[in-house]
Design a protein around this ligand. Structure first.
Ligand SMILES: [Zn+2]
Length: 172
């Protein structure tokens, strides 16, 4: 969604909004250019669904806790190299991101991602959002989809809430 002409622009949200409106001029988009932290995230209290397209676990944990606190479903995806993962968190029903990753993985300043991986995981996240908003189908709740595009490996595994999860135990 970002073109050569956008190189050097700091504000990805505006660039994205411009492209989406060129695809469909009848949609309404409110974009925010901000760093997500414990305070700024409160802008998203009215959301019907939250979608994790983040590149770091620090912010991902903030989003996870916000989703549980505000009782908003959260679609999580993560990508690195050829590998991706996807799950949908329904507050008070399913395990959360902190149940799945209790310890923060080491922060990497740079990591490789093959372009099609973002396309695949992004489309799968969009499908999860459509399912949540329409009630059609079964979201990946309590399930983790693991994808390795190098070998075209797709597998779904179940995972459970951790009894000692510091986030779940705070809200449920
Ligand atoms: Zn949890």
């Amino acid at each position: 969604m970002h073109f050569e002409e956008d190189l050097g622009k700091k504000d990805k949200s505006t660039s994205l909004k411009e492209k989406l409106i060129r695809l469909n001029s009848s949609i309404e988009i409110e974009s925010f250019s901000l760093k997500v932290d414990e305070n700024s995230i409160n802008k998203f209290k009215e959301s019907n669904v939250l979608v994790d397209c983040l590149d770091n676990f620090h912010t991902r944990y903030i989003l996870n806790e916000f989703a549980l606190k505000e009782n908003i479903p959260l679609v999580h995806a993560g990508v690195e190299s050829y590998y991706g993962q996807l799950t949908t968190i329904i507050p008070n029903k399913t395990p959360c991101i902190k149940c799945l990753f209790p310890n923060m993985p080491d922060k990497k300043e740079e990591f490789p991602i093959i372009g099609p991986l973002c396309g695949v995981l992004g489309s799968l996240e969009a499908m999860e959002v459509i399912k949540l908003l329409t009630g059609i189908g079964d979201p990946l709740s309590g399930k983790l989809l693991i994808v390795d595009l190098k070998s075209m490996f797709f597998e779904t595994i179940n995972f459970n809430r951790k009894n000692d999860c510091v986030v779940c135990s705070k809200y449920f």
